[in-house]
Design a protein around this ligand. Structure first.
Ligand SMILES: [Zn+2]
Length: 441
């Protein structure tokens, strides 16, 4: 009945959880097993809920659950239509679960519930940039408008605040507290006792976007912050500008060799060959991170990225573009490892997605601020991604709300504003640190 201790919990840096799990946590393998199932987990004992969550119900996609009629005090139960059965049961000092929280976290953060498909664009015989950007954006908006009713539907992951992985972490901590009567020591997530962290990033998809880089850099410098510009290798025309950015404390990342939506689906050897062409560029600008065009990912791509970069930042915590991209995401708002590669998820809805959904600038700012306020409560990492093209954020109205966002965040003393490469370095240091109880780094 014992489950293997999962390396997944390393990303929370809570070794005490391992020790507790061995003695006190039993995962059931009896009764019928239901696989790949979306269920409501309903908390009966409010002590299991994290401080940021009021609702007793959480919608979760599970890799598998058991249907054993566990005996004891039911702290939480599953609900599927009119059926319900125990999910978490307390018997003496022991906790019995009809699901494996570690397997579930692994299933969610690796998006195993979601099949990423080759997009239509990747089948085109020519590069999709032959269609002008503003026209592509109009087509995108039209397709989304035809499918917008799907936003109202009950979807998983929740859009645009998805806290399942954090809920499971809190559930384990709270269970430990209930049985042991003491809190688990854990390593603080961010330096200098900051409550949450923020990275600003830009994906520069086209030459048109490249021309607007300076506008964004200037605006950010005025606010006393810096960002990472993810550059498509083929668009790199003005190395002087990028060198200047580097000197001024901005980060340069790689956004593919070109932006053709094919890279992730190629054979590993071909991906490697294409990325190898960018090596001198990677060297010249000390590039540490990668952002996949269209956020398309495959295990093959990750296997190759590991050879070139310290981190990847191509997975949203939750994303949905009705009619274009089905709901997806890692449901997690902290960095985590995919093999040796560190993943820094994008956790604030992207400008292009919100604009395609037809939100006004005011509504977009409000969504960004709501998400930031939730991330602060959870203590997670906010990763903002905007595009400098005119039809995305490179226009007066969008720049206006972006400036507003920076103003609201830059004076927040609880926020660690950092470049993604600094977050990657910090996370590595945190992983290597043994003295997790003292909270020192
Ligand atoms: Zn892009």
């Amino acid at each position: 009945m014992q489950t293997d201790i999962s390396p997944i919990i390393d990303f929370w840096k809570m070794p005490a959880l391992n020790i507790w799990q061995k003695d006190n946590l039993q995962i059931s393998h009896s009764g019928d097993v239901i696989r790949d199932i979306r269920l409501k987990l309903v908390v009966d004992d409010k002590r299991l809920l994290p401080a940021w969550k009021d609702e007793a119900e959480t919608d979760i996609f599970f890799p598998e659950v058991c249907t054993e009629q566990l005996k004891g005090d039911v702290l939480a139960h599953f609900r599927l239509k009119d059926k319900s059965w125990p999910a978490v049961v307390l018997r003496g000092e022991k906790v019995f679960l009809n699901f494996d929280p570690f397997k579930t976290v692994d299933y969610l953060i690796n998006e195993k519930y979601f099949d990423i498909k080759k997009p239509f664009l990747s089948y085109l015989p020519c590069h999709y940039h032959f269609v002008p950007g503003y026209l592509r954006f109009r087509i995108l908006r039209y397709i989304v408008s035809l499918n917008k009713n799907k936003i109202e539907k009950d979807i998983f992951p929740n859009w645009y605040i998805e806290g399942t992985v954090e809920f499971l972490r809190a559930l384990l901590l709270n269970l430990q507290y209930i049985t042991k009567g003491q809190e688990l020591a854990h390593m603080p997530f961010w330096p200098e006792n900051k409550k949450f962290a923020l990275c600003l990033t830009h994906d520069v998809d086209s030459m048109e976007g490249f021309k607007n880089i300076e506008t964004f850099a200037r605006l950010e410098s005025e606010q006393g912050v810096a960002s990472a510009f993810n550059i498509v290798f083929h668009n790199k025309k003005n190395g002087g500008l990028l060198a200047d950015l580097g000197r001024e404390g901005f980060e340069i990342g790689l956004h593919g060799d070109n932006h053709d939506a094919k890279l992730a689906f190629l054979k590993e050897a071909v991906i490697e060959k294409r990325l190898s062409r960018c090596l001198s560029f990677i060297d010249e600008f000390s590039i540490k991170g990668f952002r996949s065009p269209f956020l398309l990912k495959t295990q093959g791509l990750f296997n190759v990225l590991d050879k070139f970069f310290q981190y990847d930042s191509s997975v949203p915590d939750t994303e949905f573009v009705p009619g274009i991209i089905n709901p997806r995401g890692c449901c997690c708002v902290f960095p985590y490892r995919i093999g040796r590669l560190l993943e820094i998820p994008i956790t604030v809805p992207q400008d292009g997605v919100l604009l395609a959904m037809g939100y006004s600038e005011e509504e977009i700012l409000s969504i960004w601020q709501k998400k930031l306020s939730w991330l602060k409560k959870v203590g997670g990492l906010a990763v903002v991604n905007t595009h400098p093209e005119r039809y995305f954020s490179g226009n007066e109205d969008m720049l206006g709300i972006y400036r507003e966002l920076l103003r609201s965040i830059k004076d927040d003393r609880d926020c660690w504003i950092a470049l993604p490469r600094d977050v990657a370095a910090h996370w590595k240091k945190r992983e290597d640190c043994e003295d997790y109880t003292a909270g020192k780094m």
